[in-house]
Design a protein around this ligand. Structure first.
Ligand code: NAD
Ligand code: MG
Length: 395
């Protein structure tokens, strides 16, 4: 029995994870679940999966959850320390890191330091603290398996057990390029001049994937692909110039690896996150995920083209941050989180997102990412700076 902690159980990835687990009660048991605010949804999950522990965001949410679960023996706690505990407890083997944003960094790192098997959806944690996080994974012999569909596809297209923390390098494996596919999101074809006026509802309407609101907006700006370039850099040890973004609007190929002998290996499937979740849960075995088999004969033509960096300036900003190194990706990530939140709250327009991120990057020096404290301090400075810019724009 694998004992599982799900950080961010009520989110899109959390719900898909529970869907896969429910298909294999003989293999997996839920040890702990967390949610931030959606107490009722978490209570229903607790009734269905009977974890030992549940963690929420505030004392008020914890009190309400205790009331709802009064007849069950589930330990309820709140806050970051409790998240770190359920991620590192000796009673859990595997941690699904599916909190959105920087809030996931501390518990995901706690799981790494406790040597857990980490299923990583929370890309922001890796973007912020790549070297430190990979060092912790290596030092504490944790296992890191990518859930992001592209990175899971790349992992499947690389030689067995290939990760940078396992000491593998692209050159030694004969890898010429990592080809990171991108759907291009809902605004791939839309006239650029009209992007200023798109609404949060339009930005969240992804053509192929159903996801949380933050990553949906990131997909519309293509900041998501930028964060994924940085994620691929850390997971697979590839420099920025060995990672190509390829627009592939159908999202059938989830990413590819191009080798020096001219071979290109790819992973294909229907766009449903239960496939990478099931892959990582069972790795190196395979289990059913509930996803339909891909019917190649019903597919329209598959298209591929180069990304337009003028249409998607966030993608260029992310490459800049990766090349700058140090705490620059933490700056980028924090500014983006603030700007996306402001957009979702209708305080700024869609095109202001890239402007806020650019200004924060231009106006704030980055430093060495020498410790988690240094990264968190950079995150806080970037949030404050982005907040001031948002305020001025929305005044
Ligand atoms: P979501 O918004 O649907 O869910 C987020 C989860 O995090 C919820 O359970 C919420 O309660 C919790 N949460 C939010 N803020 C929190 C905070 N401050 N402290 C503690 N918990 C908090 O998001 P999602 O779409 O499931 O995405 C989760 C992560 O997975 C993101 O990092 C995203 O980039 C990544 N990811 C998602 C998908 C997808 O298909 N949804 C695909 C690839 C990667
Ligand atoms: Mg992805």
């Amino acid at each position: 029995m694998q004992r599982i902690t799900i950080l961010g159980a009520t989110g899109s990835i959390g719900v898909s994870t529970l869907d896969v687990l429910a298909r294999h009660p003989d293999k997996y048991r839920v040890y702990a679940l967390s949610a931030h605010e959606r107490v009722d949804a978490l209570a229903a999950q607790c009734r269905a999966f009977r974890p030992q522990r549940a963690v929420v965001g505030s004392p008020e949410a914890a009190a309400r959850l205790r009331e709802l679960l009064a007849d069950l023996a589930i330990d309820v706690a709140h806050g970051e320390a409790a998240l770190c505990e359920i991620a590192s407890s000796p009673d859990t083997d595997t941690v699904m890191a599916a909190i959105v944003g920087a809030a996931g960094l501390a518990p995901t790192l706690a799981a790494a330091r406790a040597g857990k098997k980490i299923l990583l959806a929370n890309k922001e944690a890796l973007v912020m603290s790549g070297q430190l996080f990979m060092d912790a994974v290596k030092e504490h012999k944790a296992t890191l398996l990518p859930i992001d569909s592209e990175h899971n596809a790349i992992f499947q297209s690389l030689p067995g057990n290939y990760t940078s923390h396992a000491g593998r390098s692209p050159d030694a494996a004969g890898v010429a390029k990592i080809l990171l596919t991108a759907s291009g999101g809902p605004f791939l074809q839309r006239a650029v001049e009209t992007l200023e006026h798109v609404t949060p509802e339009e930005a969240c309407k992804h053509p192929n994937w159903s996801m949380g609101r933050k990553i949906s907006v990131d997909s519309a700006t293509m900041m998501n692909k930028g964060l994924e370039v940085i994620e691929a850099h850390w997971l697979f040890g590839a420099p920025a110039d060995r990672i190509d973004v390829v627009i592939h609007p159908q999202s059938v190929i989830h990413s590819m690896v191009s080798y020096v002998d001219g071979s290109v290996l790819a992973q294909l499937g229907n766009p449903d996150m239960r496939t990478p979740i099931a892959h990582a849960l069972a790795y190196p075995e395979r289990i059913a995920s509930g996803v339909d088999q891909l019917d190649l004969t019903t597919l329209a033509a598959l298209a591929f083209h180069k990304p337009d960096f003028d249409r998607f300036p966030c993608l260029a900003l992310a490459f800049d941050a990766l090349r700058a190194g140090g705490t620059a990706p933490a700056l980028l990530n924090a500014a983006n989180e603030v700007a996306v939140q402001a957009f979702l709250e209708r305080r700024i327009g869609f095109r202001a997102i890239d402007r806020v991120v650019r200004r924060v990057m231009d106006e704030n020096p980055h430093g060495a990412a020498s410790s988690i404290e240094a990264v968190m301090a950079q995150d806080a400075r970037a949030r404050a700076a982005a907040g001031r810019i948002v305020h001025a724009l929305s005044a």
